[in-house]
Write a protein that binds this ligand. Sequence first.
Ligand code: 28F
Length: 640
Amino acid sequence: MSNNNQEYNANQIQILEGLEAVRKRPGMYIGSTSSRGLHHLVYEIVDNAVDEALAGFCDTILVQMNADNSITVEDNGRGIPVDIQEKAGKSALEVVFTILHAGGKFGGGGYKVSGGLHGVGASVVNALSTWLEVEIYREGNVYHQRYERGKVTRPVEITGTCKKSKTGTKVTFLPDDTIFEETVYDYDILKQRLRETAFLTKNLKIVLRDDREEKKEKTFHYEGGIRQFVEYLNKSKTALYEKVVYCEGTKDKVYVEVAFQHNDSFTESTYTFVNNVITPEGGTHLSGFKNALTKTFNDYARRNKLLKENEQNLSGDDIREGLTAIVSIKIEDPQFEGQTKQKLGNSEARGAVDTVVSEQVTYFLEQNPTIAKIICDKAILAQRARAAARKARDLTRRKTALESMALPGKLADCSDKNPENCEIYIVEGDSAGGSAKSARSRSTQAILPLRGKILNVEKASLDRIFGNAEIKAMITAFGTGIHEEFDISKLRYHKIIIMTDADVDGAHISTLLLTFMYRFMPDLIKQGHVYLAQPPLFKVEKNKKVWYAYSDVELDNILKEIGRDNNNKIQRYKGLGEMDAEQLWETTMDPEKRILKRVMMDEEMESEVDVTFTTLMGDKVEPRREFIEANAEYVKNLDI
Ligand code: 28F
């Protein structure tokens, strides 16, 4: 055997071992094999097309969901080169799709740490697809190659011609159903992510087309980039000034883009990105941004006597109250640290963001004194409110200390003291609370009945929120504290179960409770501690036998099975209060029989969750109506 051949074989074995490793441990490369991993395959391919756009050669990307659940992604870039790469002895195209580049893109925490490198994820997607076909348009030729489970099954060949002016790359793949637990794509998940990608890459047009049963198409194209991202996030809120503040610049090879605008709410929504990938835990780019903002606004307020000499400096929280912001950086070699390897660690990113934001915001404030005053006034108000809230909170804290951490009077606590075994039912209304108290299993189930309307935290100020009895009761019962003081290790119940009537009012109360938890203790939701109880809608009785139905479809099925006749007494439950303790236990509380829905949140989707909560609970009517219309299939039980 010639030396060359040996090398070729060794190469070949390495390639197969590489892709085999991806198939053996897919989680290392795409995070998971759940629906999330399935959708990641699309992002990997789209990212390569976006890189071609960032390089300045592509302005349109089409993502198509095909009837057989395969996905086609096409760009109008230069097309992956097809000529033979000397080192590998094969076409560059084949190299891109069969050679695993520089290890996985996912660190220990399942987080993408690369980006901005052409073709990095293509081989991973190829390895995890039953088949993958690629077409390249270059110099008037159409080149084609096919792979199955990562292995070449058709060589690179010219299969046709096209106009010389047409260039680009088209990839179609079918995710391997022996690897993925879920193989059906979700239009809304792709839509949300592609919208985000389009916001982060100004001028890039992304078309999403669903070619399955229900045909849908959406185009995302934002000339304003992250400026429009901020406008989108603020669309259900009331902005305090019209312009979105925007800064852009490069320092120490870090490209920085920041956009922000304040609204009249009390929450901050800042999202940070590195190489187009969201960084839910922030890092040096975020701290650079915060530092620059605090410094710049305090300097301005002092210089312009908006803050008197005897007054304290504004805190970062004061300045960021009601702030919606996007911080997006591009960096060559991103380093991630912290327990989950999700925090950006590059120190040059801190300096770069700090410098770009300080310089340009200082200039903006000098040029726009009216806006500057609006923001400073809002921050000064926030500073006062925070002082008042601190007083109110200290008061409750001191009180609880005096009463030896007294739990709320209405709470019927459980006897087991191991939080892992314990659950708390948050129950709407005193009568349902009463039934739940007699129905429960005393050792592990606690009941907290809530009276009357729950405060809408989207619309209330901090001191009002801390003064609210129902909210105080929940905070003390859960044991974790809130905001910066939140400590999950103090959680007294590992399951927090919201139990409301199965009607419009019940849905409204659930949403108010979830809004509160999301804004004040988001980790409860992120770590999967929050559940929704599912009380039945109907009870069917026949010949002394009883069935419960949790939906109209289920009722139909039961009636089909037992026969529809006058001897069934069908009862429609109007509320939890109509059930006696025994029924409530049997249908909704018995851990052996009940159905619980876990409230889940994907950190990658956080900006969309944020928009949804403000759209539903904020004070603008028009966006809410649009949302409900657009999501009518999910909220058909709401009578609007
Ligand atoms: C639908 C997914 O993957 N688009 C891509 C390019 C363009 C080039 C490239 C990609 C060359 C040698 C690696 C073209 N001309 N869309 C995509 N478009 N990759 S991926 O180059 C890859 C390197 O090995 C490209 C000149 N330079 C680069």
